[in-house]
Design a protein around this ligand. Structure first.
Ligand code: FUB
Length: 326
């Protein structure tokens, strides 16, 4: 049995920065990716995809997970909120999710592989009365399918939805891989209302995230400049209207450690802005990080006087470091 002196010593020893609750990666008991934060009441909710790839497997993703926090340090796990089987018209690939609140309900948008009746990736919408789910298919068919966008030459063009409600109450959805599209959602949240417009910014690869601060709209995304680097980084563009024009603002981050992909998620919580990302720096037992075994991280996000986002570096300390000066 351990002596009292040993236990007292243990309790008095400060945690190394990388072990402090809330340091990166913030979730360590399972592999998570594609972070999607949303503030609901006094909690920040974080929805993620769940990486379960075996060695040599690219992705193995079957469900979406939810976490929440009140202090950005300690995270409560709420379990899987939906499994791919909940979209009966889909076959596999529970990829990057986003959830928003509207009309007192919670709406989950996510890309999946459609069954053979409409080959290629598609975007489904599910709904719940509680942020912790369970979420159920709200439409019974895809909201967006590969046949609705014609520019891309590959079957995974319609992935990674980001949903954003503007000050006038209109909700917009943007998505894409290689091409970035935007459309207005119907008031029912399960239909597209109006044309689908292409808004592809430079080096756009995937993972768009729409947000607004003051009068400025931000389109932040995973970028890949094939002439210059081999792993994705995060870049962004800004506009004073969702109709554009979008002004490219360059790279916001470098690549995630050990990861081809990176994926931004942005939220303001209790007055502080945060940028969620992922990398592949986590090892769980004998399982090392990999293309399909990623880990969600979070960093402070700040803006300069012109509203431009200052470059962000992924760190071990993350938000356990003191917040930056405004
Ligand atoms: O996680 C699967 C896919 O990888 C996502 O949909 C992309 O954003 C990339 O992170």
């Amino acid at each position: 049995m351990r002596s009292l002196a040993f236990l007292l010593l243990l309790a008095a020893t400060p945690l190394a920065a990388e072990d402090a609750p809330g340091s990166n990666p913030i979730i360590r008991d399972r592999f998570t990716a594609d972070p999607a934060p949303v503030v609901i009441g006094d909690r920040l909710w974080l929805y993620t995809s769940h990486d379960e790839a075996a060695d040599g497997e690219m992705f193995n993703m079957k469900e979406w997970l939810a976490y929440s926090t009140t202090d950005m340090r300690n995270w409560d796990f709420h379990g899987p909120v939906m499994n791919i089987a909940g979209f009966t018209w889909a076959s596999h690939d529970a990829w990057a999710v986003q959830v928003i609140e509207k009309h007192g309900r919670y709406w989950l948008y996510a890309p999946v592989e459609h069954d053979k009746t409409k080959p290629g990736k598609a975007i489904g919408v599910a709904v719940s009365d509680k942020p912790e789910g369970p979420f159920v298919d709200a439409k019974g068919s895809a909201l967006i399918s590969n046949d609705m966008t014609t520019k891309g030459e590959h079957s995974w063009e319609d992935i990674d939805p980001t949903v954003f409600t503007d000050d006038d109450g209109t909700t917009w959805i943007a998505w894409g891989n290689r091409q970035c599209y935007i459309a207005r959602l119907g008031a029912d949240m399960i239909s597209i209302d109006g044309p689908i417009r292409e808004i592809t910014p430079p080096h756009f690869e995937e993972g768009p995230w729409l947000h607004k601060r003051g009068g400025l709209y931000y389109l932040t995304y995973a970028s890949l400049d094939r002439s210059d680097h081999t792993d994705e980084r995060v870049s962004y563009a800004t506009a004073t209207s969702l109709d554009g024009p979008w002004t490219p603002r360059g790279e916001l981050t470098g690549s995630g450690e050990g990861s081809f992909t990176i994926h931004p998620g942005i939220a303001q919580f209790k007055g502080q802005w945060y940028l969620f990302l992922h990398n592949a720096a986590l090892t769980i037992g004998t399982r090392k990080g990999a293309l399909g075994r990623r880990a969600v991280t979070v960093e402070y996000l700040t803006y300069d006087a012109d509203g431009l986002m200052r470059p962000v570096t992924q760190t071990k300390a993350g938000v356990t470091a003191p917040p930056p000066k405004p």
